[in-house]
Design a protein around this ligand. Sequence first.
Ligand code: FE2
Length: 388
Amino acid sequence: MVTRSVQEMRKFVAPEFVFGVDARGLAGRYTANFGAKKVLVVSDPGVCEAGWTDAVMASLADAGIETTLYTDVTPNPRSHEAMRGAEEYRAHGCQAVVAVGGGSPMDCAKGICVVVSNGGDILVYEGVDRIPIPMPPLVCVPTTAGTAADVSQFCIITDEHRDVKIALVSKALVPDVALIDAETLVTMPADLTAATGLDALVHAVEAFSSNASWEITDLCALRAIEGVFRWLEPCMDDPLSIESRTGMALASLEAGLAFSNASLGATHAMAHALGGKLDLPHGECNALLLEHVLNFNLPVFSAGRRVQLARAMGIAIDSATDVEPQAISERLHLFRHGIGVVDSLSSLGVTRADLPLLAETAMGDACMVTNPRRPQQEDIEAIYEAAF
Ligand SMILES: [Fe+2]
């Protein structure tokens, strides 16, 4: 059962953030506040095409800041992309980084920042609290609602030499400012809205499940779960609704604050293994795994925490004292199907022969440490099998 001693210490780290329509227009003013005259703007081709990169660069130009644009960033960004970005930063004498985009550009931007201040290869900073020198100023303008890299202590980079995703976790990775503008979300295609929105849900559920959770992270996590269940379907139905997009931006922010401080669990560890080995989309992997991971984890929750989780998901509960774990995983299953995420691991191209290595990789992931129930490798294989 998940219990917490009243004597255990907890902390909570968050960046400055501005939340609201047109927040992107503050990029120039906030970056100028750091005294930067030249900045590296990290984005990707899709976000450029949507026009958000130009909008942020115009704000920087208005503030008298020179920009160098770096867009060699792929989904599941590779270590060499961060290393190349660091070369660009140095070659142009930049003094700060502005990231515009979803999780990939923001994680790549964090990787660039780590390398320019600490030197060496990004891969050597894998793990928890392994970044000795603070990053240069980093301003993030997220254009998806889910990753929350704009407020988190996490940076996920693919080690393309080993086909694994590595996690860097450190207070040093918290951006200086997040400019969260729901208007930038309206250009997301439906599949990205669904995958990133479900990623936010998984962040919140795993933060609530984590053995490092506490009252403040619970507060954020439960509100985020309610928010995703309230606003994700409306975003799918009416992609241009600023009200619905704002609801999801807020849920993503709350989930980000929760998981940044409570960390994650087996779902993310297993999704990282899939993303590294098979280059599969992060949000979708998480969405397919969560219900099965919860079937493994929920028996160690206290009855009261199962009820809290079920209520946040809008499950009608007969008893105020407990809820069937099955009701929670079924609710998740129906929710993801309702927004069109109906795949299984096999339909994404995973084979049974992949499972032992995937499970071994997941067991070594930094996110596994805070899973509320310690699995054996065969448990992880069985969870992958259930999602097959
Ligand atoms: Fe995630």
